[in-house]
Design a protein around this ligand. Sequence first.
Ligand code: MN
Length: 460
Amino acid sequence: MFEQIYDKANKIAKEILKQKEVLVVTHIDADGITSGAIAYESLKRAEIDVEIEFVKQLGDDEVEKIKDRNKFTWFTDLGSGQIDKLKDLSFAITDHHVPISTHKMQLNPNDFGLDGTIELSGAGTTFLVASRLKKRRSIFDFFDTNLDLLKLAIVGAVGDLQDSVYCKLVGLNRKLLEKAVRNRIVEVVKDLRFFGKQTRPIVKMLEYNNDPVIPGISGEENNCLNLLKLLNIDPWKRWIETSFEEKRKIISELVKICINYGMHPEKIYRLVGECYILLDEVEGTEKRDAMEFSTLLNATARYGQEEVGLRVCLGEDEAFRKARNLLQNHRKVLSSGLKLVEEIGVEELENIQFFHAEDEIPDTVVGIVAGIVLNKINQEKPIVAFARSDKGVKVSARANKKLLDLGLNLAEAIKIAAEKVGGSGGGHKIAAGATIPEGKEEAFLIILNEIIAEQLKVGK
Ligand SMILES: [Mn+2]
């Protein structure tokens, strides 16, 4: 079933192998960084000169700059949406975003009837080509190469939340996972799907979890402490340091709380699912767990330090120390952001709620703050957050599954409203963003409020 996509990966790899030098252009997030790292490392191993550039998006300006470099360019985790702009450039694309057209040098799971949002990530797509980048051909040609980079393909998929719908990786991601397991690169563990099992005290892991939000536990440090005391478990040790019996006790206690609260079984099931352990990384570090690894990479990207993230993927210790500092700093920024929203409050319109962080929260973090705030307040309306950025006002909007079921589509609503006030935007149904000119916030809110009213009315 996947033969055709492997076949095309092989062909693209052959073209890349003809190059002496390649420019890798990739996206700034965990999937983009791992994609870039896979391309970068595999090219180096094939003795091809390689440079790498990170871009937030592939707009006209970026494309012009890339064309000026006059080099064969390998776009990873982006490019499929802009392929019409790439004429008179020699390139390869390994991307999983919906493509606007097909191309012989584009590898994209959507072109093969796969769902690029869950069945293969940018990193996975890039790995398929990297696994065929063999400098010297031999009778063992049918063996894949660069198998060690599979772990980055798994981290990239998890970074793009491709495992979150089914609480496990599916589609071609699953094939890659199976290969990683067979080669003892990754171990699959059924466990609590909370963040921080390797690195955080259990009490903090419980407190900060919000998928699903557990009433009385999420965001409630004291209750978490009491729960653990009641179970006679040291709250300050880490999850990986607890015994099987202790884990069992905690999980069954959490399930009980959810049932008592009348939570939907579908949500309760989300507590436990697959977790991916990277076997050649040191236990108790962020790099050991795919979820924590991808969070670490995102922390570097959010503060303009994606090069550090790249070097973490390439295994550099100094970069790893820097990345950990960035993550620690990120936690501080998040908690002061949440404090700020508590102080200024969230205002409500008929169909949306919003806050304006001015320049008190970085524009790269305001979306996460909005997501956490939404979990704590009125769940019936999507939340919109504003923050100043160097290009105008950054808008971040977040919703939940319940609102999507009612017909909400934030990507579409945000795009239309932003364009009407002279900005631009887009994203996903559940999370979208835009940049609008300063002073247009009110006009934007009024338009958005109307569009969303329409969406929800149709949904009913
Ligand atoms: Mn991606």
